[in-house]
Design a protein around this ligand. Structure first.
Ligand SMILES: *Cc1c(COP(=O)(O)O)cnc(C)c1O
Length: 613
């Protein structure tokens, strides 16, 4: 699969001067976004992780994009005024590391073209369309095998053409080298060489296959008439075509699995692959490194992956980290703390439970007292107790454990990738999470991020569970680059896309978004008159527990069904003895969606009050 792209943006854009002022072509605005940004977003959505923009004229416009989008990098062709697009490609080639997609900066196009190219089996592919009548057509002629023979704008080519050049291609490193070699030989005799000419010149030894989509919606924009045609004719066609691919939207307001983007959903659709293949090993290594890097230095921490839900990661920690001579304390201020205590009892560990109010953060004084008295070697606690939405004081707990030399085992299933924190800073030795919560991927993967020196010590601990043993899985991966057992293969591809999207949004910005929609929800609940058993300042802003209204007729299931009918899924409460329900706001939830939910929420309770009072 293709992970890299080059956008050629060295051109002058002079034909648009006047209507748009002094801007490079990629910065023509369509629907309030520069066209090059539409292109960047589409590339990211099909799994492209590294985008090189070859700039020239007004390069600073593009340089700003590299600050806005993780993975976007610019390099300037300082000779842009005296060279053609091939000159810019020669400069950009320095940053290319693998086969890539090549695009011109002044295109608008239907996403399907990219989808087809990233998975295309041929090494070199030129995308063609049927007739556009744009007035600027480049006709592409095939050879006897149907590969690229020649191209050009002269009308005589039309009758023998396979189609019109779009300006989006898939290029192998080998073809790129040949094109650059050809360009270097002709710097003096063809100073303004276009990349298509270089491609045509070397196509004999590097076959370029032609892929035609007859009714492909696309347009190159470099003058005002193009821009107007794009707005009135092409853009509506692009929207129509792309809308046919969108997945019906359900907003999950339950605390996992979380709502995902369509691009994450589509990332699962890949050619069948065996998990023992080299490509999959590379995906595993990449995923492990990136999951670690979101919260720690991959030189000092290591991610160990398992097929399973978040509970599998918790069970991996509890069953792998505590030896026969060790003494474990488990904080229980909610269902997930209680679950870890249940696991400890199943594995007959030597452990105690510090039981605390499920609607409050655990008290640091009570914890320190327990730690002092118990001579514990390990502490297990839940970072964000999803049972109620309580956020335990993880940093302070980390400090206490540092003081007493205690190894920390942290269920961060619903905190990781949603709340900004660092494992070193918070003194977390082992932490669990899963692919389907704040990282916004699909369900099916559990992982434990381990401090390396502590991980290596696990070698000497008894193997209490075979499938979920952290050390065994780690050393098998070190030896083979594989997991011991068949993982949910497609979930990995979705996770890779989810990681890319997390890096672009950033965890602090994600937490800000989550907090913003949470504030809207809480403000609405106050207008309705609902009460929260957890003090606001002790909540994580990711899931909110509400006390059921004390009306006889109130019924959670009826309310749930009402919201579900409107494509919102809410969740029952989990605090024993306290009748509650929960609304979570993790995942790919947008402010407008929360606003839509809130108006339904208020409507539901308003109608309820009317009927019953
Ligand atoms: C979701 C969650 C888990 C794991 O639940 P699964 O259903 O196994 O994915 C564990 N701990 C916490 C705090 C959670 O929020």
């Amino acid at each position: 699969m293709i992970r890299e792209a080059v956008i050629l943006a060295g051109g002058m854009g002079t034909r648009l001067k006047g209507s748009q002022g002094e801007i490079p072509k990629g910065f023509i605005i369509l629907e309030s976004l520069p066209i090059v940004e539409w292109s960047i977003r589409k590339l990211i959505s099909v799994g492209i992780e590294h985008i090189v923009i070859g700039t020239g004229y007004h390069h600073e416009f593009y340089d700003d994009l590299s600050k806005k989008y993780h993975g976007v990098e610019t390099i300037q062709n300082t000779e842009y005024a005296n060279t053609g697009s091939m000159g810019t490609l020669e400069v950009a080639a320095k940053k290319v590391t693998q086969d890539f997609l090549l695009l011109e900066s002044d295109l608008i196009y239907d996403l399907s073209g990219l989808r087809i190219l990233v998975h295309h089996p041929e090494a070199n592919v030129l995308l063609l369309s049927g007739e556009t009548a744009s007035g600027d057509e480049v006709y592409v002629q095939p050879d006897a095998d149907g590969n690229l023979l020649a191209l050009g704008k002269d009308k005589e080519r039309k009758s023998t053409a396979a189609g019109e050049l779009v300006g989006i291609s898939k290029i192998s490193v080998r073809l790129l080298k040949a094109m650059c070699g050809y360009a270097a030989e002709h710097h003096t005799d063809i100073p303004k060489m276009e990349y298509e000419s270089a491609m045509q010149a070397v196509a004999k030894d590097n076959p370029v296959s032609l892929l035609k989509i007859e009714h492909y919606a696309w347009r190159e924009i470099d003058d005002v008439s193009h821009l107007n045609m794009a707005k009135s004719v092409i853009l509506p066609r692009i929207h129509e075509s792309e809308s046919l691919l969108s997945v019906p939207r359900e907003v999950l307001l339950n605390p996992g699995p979380a709502t995902t983007t369509d691009s994450v959903k589509y990332a699962q659709v890949v050619p069948d692959i065996c998990h023992r293949e080299k490509e999959f090993s590379e995906l595993l290594a990449y995923t492990q490194r990136e999951l670690t890097a979101l919260v720690a230095d991959p030189a000092k921490y290591e991610t160990v992956l398992f097929g399973g839900s978040g509970t599998a990661a918790d069970e991996a920690m509890i069953s792998s980290c505590v030896g026969d001579e060790d003494h474990l304390l488990i904080v229980d201020n909610g269902a997930y703390g209680a679950r870890m205590a249940k696991m400890a009892s199943v594995y007959h560990l030597d452990f105690d439970v510090l039981k605390a109010d499920p609607c409050r953060q655990v008290s640091l004084d009570a914890l320190e007292d327990a730690l002092k008295k118990g001579h514990y070697t390990h502490l297990a606690y839940v970072f964000h107790e999803t049972t109620t939405g309580v956020m335990n004081p993880a940093k302070e707990i980390g400090n206490l454990c540092r003081k007493y030399g205690i190894t920390t085992i942290v269920d961060a299933v619903s905190a990781y990738a949603g709340i900004p924190f660092g494992l070193d800073d918070f003194n977390i030795d082992f932490m669990s999470s899963t692919s389907n919560k704040n990282i916004q991927g699909m369900a099916g993967l559990a992982f434990v991020i381990c401090k390396k020196d502590k991980l290596l010590e696990l070698k000497n601990k008894p193997m209490r569970c075979y499938y979920l043993n952290i050390y065994d899985q780690y050393q098998y991966f070190q030896k083979t680059g594989q997991l011991r057992f068949t993982p949910p293969v497609q979930t990995f591809y979705a996770l890779r896309q989810a990681i890319t999207e997390t890096k672009i949004e950033t965890i602090p910005a994600r937490y800000k978004r989550y907090s913003e929609v949470w504030s809207l929800l809480v403000a609405a609940s106050k207008r309705i008159g609902l009460r929260m058993p957890v003090p606001e300042e002790e909540q994580a802003h990711l899931v909110t527990t509400f006390l059921n209204p004390d009306w006889d007729q109130f019924d959670f299931d009826t309310m749930h069904d009402f919201f579900l009918k409107h494509h919102f899924t809410i969740y029952p409460g989990k605090v024993s003895d306290l009748p509650t329900f929960r609304i979570a706001n993790i995942g790919d939830i947008k402010v407008e969606e929360m606003k839509r939910f809130i108006s339904l929420f208020e409507e539901y309770f308003r109608d309820f009050t009317k009927q019953t009072h």
